[in-house]
Design a protein around this ligand. Structure first.
Ligand code: URA
Length: 241
């Protein structure tokens, strides 16, 4: 791959700019400053540095964020603190976007990626990727809440939900597993059963659990087995049937 393209893709910066960096002597391949933007570099073999800092090889980035409360799931950083503010500088890319959204007060597992295809696959309504939440409640759920979740309950405005799982963990705590992602869905399902959500935390997407060692507000890269745990390589359920 050409050096200007490598630096452009690795940093999410237009090639006009990366060419200027290269010509200005800011880019090294191995220990050698290379000023020729058309020089060839091998992904995975050559180590490319910008201003002395080694660049991650180009390729899509998938991040796990432990979303803290109080930040909005948006790429528009002009609206106040957003999840993008939690991403360390070395993992920021222009095309990085959250996969789905969590409410401002919701904590827990949020994925972000530069891979539009992965984003689409994980949010595709027919893929039915499981999302597990733990909710702290105010008020008592109706006695048949589990059954109503299991058969697919109707929200206050009549919207029908797909079957979901409700598990009571304590008098005021439940685990809810959804296979779709409607706006404020957990809060609206709980409200339809007579209680209110006072705290909400997402612990799992597909078979991928939030890393218990990742502190709120911290993000890290995922790949390999963790990426596979999302199950996007599997066919849609109706294709598999
Ligand atoms: N359901 C909600 O109500 N809020 C979230 O943030 C996620 C799911």
């Amino acid at each position: 791959m050409r050096l200007d393209r490598y630096v452009s893709q690795a940093t999410g910066t237009p090639r006009t700019q990366t060419t200027r960096w290269i010509r200005g002597g800011l880019v090294q391949v191995g220990s050698v400053v290379v000023k020729d933007a058309s020089a060839q570099v091998a992904i995975g073999r050559d180590r490319v540095r910008l201003r002395g800092a080694e660049l991650d090889p180009p390729g899509h980035l998938v991040l796990m964020l432990h979303k803290p409360a109080g930040v909005v799931t948006s790429t528009d950083t002009s609206i106040g603190p957003t999840v993008m503010d939690c991403i360390p500088a070395d993992l920021r890319r222009r095309d990085l976007a959250p996969i789905g959204r969590l409410d401002k007060d919701t904590t827990g597992l949020l994925l972000l990626t530069t891979d539009g295809g992965l984003n689409h696959a994980l949010t595709h309504p027919r893929r039915h990727v499981e999302k597990a939440y733990v909710a702290v409640l105010d008020g008592a759920l109706c006695a048949d809440a589990e059954a109503r979740f299991a058969t697919g309950l109707a929200l206050g405005d009549g919207t029908l939900c797909q079957p979901a799982t409700l598990q009571r963990l304590a008098a005021d705590q439940v685990r809810i597993v959804l296979r779709e992602g409607k706006f404020h869905q957990v809060k609206r399902m709980v409200a339809a059963c007579g209680a209110a959500v006072v705290a909400l935390h997402r612990e799992r997407i597909g078979d991928l659990w939030l890393d218990p060692t990742l502190l709120p507000g911290r993000a890290r890269r995922i790949d390999g087995d963790e990426l596979a745990a999302l199950g996007v390589g599997r066919p849609l359920e109706e294709e598999a049937a």
